[in-house]
Design a protein. Sequence first.
Length: 240
Amino acid sequence: MPIKRPALAHKAPTSQADRLPQGEPVPTGGRREAGKAERRRAIIHAARELIRETGNAGLSMRALAARAGVSLATPYNLFGSKRAIVVAMLQDVREFHEQFSARRPADPIDRIFLALDTAIELYLGDPPFYRTLWTAVFDAGEGVREEILGPKGDAFWRGLVDEAAAAGALREGVDPNLIGQHLDFIRRSAMFEWAVGLIPSERLAATARLGYALILAGAVTDDRRPQLLTAVSEAQRRLA
């Protein structure tokens, strides 16, 4: 039975008009683009609410338009398809970046683990929504998976590994790109297994952290290996 969650109040974003000095006219093109951006946000917000209420990513455009308070043609004009709306929801990671930036540690290896922990905290804070979206990605066509899981979507995560390499945390000869790919594989695999119910919520963080720690333990410099071996031991203890 789908879990019904209370609808969240939609807060209108600050428009370009709000940012201009009083009395200064808003450019017509700017006003038009601001209106389109506001309608896109309203539709994404409506899609999130409906997915939480129904547990289904196969939303009808009519239901989306009604919930967002726009015409039936608007979702088609702004997104083109339901698939594009699902992609837009998964790419809307503002909350993640806000939380990560607020807690961003100085150590590059700690940053990698914090990014993983922050993402998992968001998933576990709203399981019906994220389970539905992750399942939808793997059920969708190849184009959707490439758009969400391809190099563009991975730029932030690969950048964390590049930062570690630039800080001298990785051994000489270790390829940051390959390490990033393997960390991505661990994260995605853990999320998919959680989404389909094979990993319970209480084991998700430790499962993903153990994979990260094992991979990084073989990639970091000797002086940092104890840090990773401690992470391996802690994750194993939580999973035991």
